[in-house]
Design a binder for this molecule. Structure first.
Ligand code: ATP
Ligand code: MG
Length: 421
């Protein structure tokens, strides 16, 4: 179509039926797995006060400096399309007393939600994308860290996504990072001439952010920068070691990447990312970590937390999907419209999964058979006057040589179940 009054907006995308099926499959699987970890679903609003993200993610983060879709609404409030879910979900949990009511409470929440970031569109990087976010509140022991990592590994396993590797690191406490930042500033000062103005500003405000850079020139400089490991407090290091040992015991392979830091301010201790080599430069499918201090910023309380965000669009890109539903065609060669409507209604109420495709009843039977073949039906149920008066269908197999035969309504379900994989 050339003459539409409007086309889709740059960076946004239409998700068509084939791809949407993959989203559905992944989301169904997620919804089935979450209760096994005692995680409950919440739905986040698409708009929040811009202040929520400016204060929590950090004023110098990519999201806040250049990626937020924020605007003043008619009441003069500065609002923002949510760019990430962690701050929003914690706001929701605190505002509704889910995790604090005369004392901290444990709670596990998840959401599958569109996120909006104004970044340069490219494959695997969109301005609207879908994240699964999982947040565990109220437990500062490493049990929650381990359980969260187990969950991510389980999800990838269930989707048969094997080419994804877990990278993890500890970034210690705020104090540790302050000491480390001083060293980083010293180091990067040596390369000041190579840095852009924006990078110089980041260096003065939050030097650790430079480690997360996507600029190849800077990445080269980063590769010889001091590593955070030498600045981490004993307790954090001990806990990190325990996590690594448990992962070994559980048979979950990992890579300890001492240069891994996260682009957002609120993390402490454990940080992790799941990466694949199959998506080019958009290689991260899941990222997360511990954020014990975010509740003090958002709600002036102290609730330890650990969570992750998974990019569903990138998972869909990796995911090979073959639907187990069969296509069943329905051919009407009678004149009895009301009987046919009733039969179709009954077929739709059968308690099993299949795609029902109704052929064009104005066509001859031969043409309806051709149509069913074109629409990749495995079976065609044919109903004429004779079938209606005997309460039967004629069943035609379109993918093998089995002969046409007459069956009763109650046989239909068994046949469908027999064909589904
Ligand atoms: P990246 O380094 O790719 O920019 P990020 O650090 O900004 O990722 P997070 O904010 O941690 O990403 O989001 C978690 C996950 O959400 C990412 O690992 C990725 O799978 C997905 N994601 C982030 N931004 C986008 C985007 N613009 N389009 C599609 N998926 C995205
Ligand atoms: Mg990003």
């Amino acid at each position: 179509m050339g003459n539409l009054i409007s086309k889709k907006i740059r960076g946004f995308r239409d998700i068509l039926p084939d791809e949407s099926q993959k989203f559905l499959h992944i989301e169904n699987l997620i919804n089935n797995v979450m209760p096994l970890y005692d995680i409950e679903q919440v739905r986040l609003p698409a708009l929040e006060s811009a202040n929520l993200f400016q204060r929590s993610i950090g004023e110098t983060s990519d999201i806040v400096t250049k990626e937020m879709y924020s605007f003043d609404d008619r009441n003069g409030e500065t609002l923002c399309m949510i760019p990430e879910g962690t701050a929003s979900c914690l706001r929701l949990a605190l505002e509704n007393n889910l995790i604090y009511d005369r004392g901290p409470k444990k709670k596990r929440l998840y959401y599958i939600s569109p996120m909006f970031r104004h970044e340069r569109p490219q494959k695997g990087r969109y301005r609207q994308f879908t994240q699964l976010g999982v947040e565990f509140y109220g437990d500062e022991s490493i049990h929650d860290d381990i359980d969260l990592l187990l969950l991510t590994s389980n999800l990838f396993h269930k989707l048969d996504l094997n080419d994804i590797n877990l990278h993890l690191n500890t970034i210690g406490s705020t104090d540790d990072r302050e000491k480390y930042s001083i060293k980083l500033i010293e180091y990067f000062h040596k390369y000041e001439k190579t840095l852009s103005d924006v990078q110089k500003k980041t260096l003065s405000k939050n030097p650790m952010r430079l480690l997360d850079t996507k600029d190849p020139l800077l990445q080269e400089i980063v590769s010889s920068a001091p590593i955070i490991t030498d600045f981490i407090n004993k307790n954090s290091y001990k806990n990190f070691d325990l996590i690594l040992n448990q992962l070994n015991d559980l048979g979950i392979p990992f890579i300890h990447d001492s240069r891994l830091v996260r682009g957002l301010d609120y993390y402490n201790d454990l940080v992790f990312e799941w990466k694949t080599s199959k998506l080019g430069s958009q290689d991260a499918v899941c990222a997360g970590g511990r954020y014990n201090n975010l509740s003090s910023i958002i709600g002036d309380t102290c609730i330890p937390a650990v969570g992750f965000a998974m990019g569903i669009d990138r998972m869909v890109e990796l995911f090979q999907y073959n639907s187990s539903r069969i296509n069943i065609g329905f051919a009407d060669i009678s004149d009895k419209h009301s009987s046919i409507s009733l039969i179709i209604k009954d077929l739709r109420e059968l308690d099993c999964n299949f795609n029902l495709k109704i052929m064009d009843r104005n066509k001859s039977l031969t043409k309806q058979i051709k149509q069913a073949d074109k629409e990749q039906c495995e079976l065609l149920l044919i109903v004429g006057e004779d079938e209606i008066s005997n309460n039967m269908f004629t069943i035609k197999h379109l993918r093998n040589d089995e002969k046409d035969r007459k069956i009763t309504f109650s046989e239909v379900k068994d046949i469908i179940l027999g064909h589904s994989t």
